[in-house]
Design a protein around this ligand. Structure first.
Ligand code: V0V
Ligand code: CO
Length: 140
């Protein structure tokens, strides 16, 4: 069901500072910057590698307000890995199959994600403490 790691989401206080860090230390390149009001984030995707099943990225996340998913995470845990996004072929079908196995779905239906992807989150409490995102993308 999971095709690849699409991205690792990293929560940070200052997006521009973290972009500079990833560029200068790892030589990564920003391929997209977006504000996603629904998710409460300003985010950037930095390309890591291309594989048979598509590309993988680091997603840097800065909260738009303290009272957002990433804002609350930062207040509680500080900067660090926030979620893992796995590539799937069909996010609606994956949600159905995973939900049927008793895993709590944060999103019952897909939402708008970075670079035109359809995304949905699974509850970290049912995934061993890992906030898990499913990503259906047309990008390759
Ligand atoms: C919270 N918890 C986490 C967590 N965030 N555990 C692991 N990883 C995380 N990132 C734990 C937290 O420590 C609490 O456990 C418990 O879950 C409840 O957390 P809370 O602070 O009370 O917060 P809630 O319940 O209001 O919200 C938590 C959830 C929320 C996960 C439900 O953050 C959410 O809906 N996230 C999905 C949306 C999202 O994260 N969007 C931003 C990325 P204890 O302390 O009670 O044990 S947007 C994105 O990735 C995009 C656009 C993209 O990829 O394209
Ligand atoms: Co993400």
């Amino acid at each position: 069901m999971l095709l690849r790691i699409d991205h690792v989401g990293v929560a940070c206080h200052n997006l521009e500072e973290k972009i500079e860090f990833y560029e200068s230390v790892f030589g990564l390149t920003v391929v997209s910057r977006e504000v996603n009001e629904e998710q409460g984030v300003r985010e950037a995707m930095l390309h890591v590698a291309d594989g048979d099943q598509g590309a993988s990225y680091v997603q840097l996340l800065e909260p738009l307000h303290p009272d957002t998913a990433v804002g609350k995470f930062l207040a509680k845990r500080g900067e660090g890995v926030h979620h893992i996004g796995y590539g799937v072929a069909d996010v609606t079908k994956a949600l159905e199959e995973i939900g049927a196995k008793g895993v709590r779905l944060i999103d019952e239906r897909p939402r708008h994600g970075s670079m035109g992807a359809s995304i949905a989150f699974l509850h970290p409490k049912d995934v061993g403490g890992v906030l898990t995102e499913l990503v259906e993308t047309s990008r390759r």
